[in-house]
Design a protein around this ligand. Sequence first.
Ligand code: PLP
Length: 397
Amino acid sequence: MDTIIYVDNNATTAVAPEVFEEMKPYFTELYGNPSSMYRFGGELGKDIEIARNKVADLIGSTYRDKDNKSSEILFTSCGTESDNAAILSALQLSPEKRKIVVSEVEHPAVLSLCKDIQRKGYIIELIPVDKKGKINLADVEKAVDANTAIVSVMWANNEIGNIYPVNEIAKIAHKNGALFHTDAVQAVGKVPINMDENEIDLLSLSGHKLHAPKGIGALYIRRGTRFRPFIIGGHQESSRRAGTENIAGIVALGKACELAKENIENENIVVKQLRDSLETKIAEQISDIRINGDFENRLPNTASISFEYIEGEAILMLLDQFNICASSGSACTTGSLEPSHVLRAMGLPYTAAHGTIRFSFSRYNTQADVDFIVEKLPPVIAKLREYSPFWQDRNKK
Ligand code: PLP
């Protein structure tokens, strides 16, 4: 295949070569079942614990039990499973509480689950965001009460990159006797996280967003937080998540976390420079754009840019001809192209929301990628605007 300009790293990332090397033996010579009595299987349990400690290290969870194991990390299959496990556990453990508080801009892994729970009679209270996608803590105070089982607010938003004041929100949850969960799928590996210095009870993360493969995730459960397993069967993961361990995935996640920890500071500088350079150059060359999000508090890798009066899907199709891979701010729902719930919650006008593209960078991007996008994008936008009735109306005014 020709060279791909991959700027969709919030959707998924390339597996790091070091990670791939680390996981390979578990498909070939080290294929035993860690639950087996013989050493060929049983010894693999040690590799799981090494990986668990590496995940804990990345998110600043330093507690180790008497066997030097980090009992705060539970391996799951993905971010979605971690989110579901956290929220459903809280509801089952406090059946008398009938309310869940989440932000309007959560990922469907949380919002769709909430819709489902609502059908079972729960109250779902949505915390609004302002036009920059920011949350006002006063709105959280208003939403949370003694009937709230759990508050769940993401650490960082996948579409606009906003970072939320999760520890402050956790404090409000605790004041009201509720648990606090954060979906940190987009934050882990991109921004520093120190679980020893906050009071968050539960945190979700996902391997494929930080250069580990798909099919592996984790849930951080603070020591002392009660937890009801989501997947029930065997005794794996200290009886908190049944199912034979995905050992290759677990080892890969451990390695990816180790690499992220080593590189996080440097990557933040380099990746942020690429993102900023793209935003600046696009703003210089293309009129009628908006850059979305909270510039003071944003992931370093994410740019959400609205190209007014045209359709994001059309932009993506034309960019695809140059092997440029990005995402749009729309979701195909019930056959119609609705702008994303995040952009709608921010009150973006439809003419902007429809033309929104998310570019998300990783350590594997270069300035040459940015320059290539900046070369190809302006004629694409100009061509689509030529055919846009909204653009023609705008120019008549
Ligand atoms: N939460 C957020 C914020 C995400 O961006 C994603 C994936 O896009 C998920 C959850 C789901 O993660 P996974 O794909 O590992 O289930």
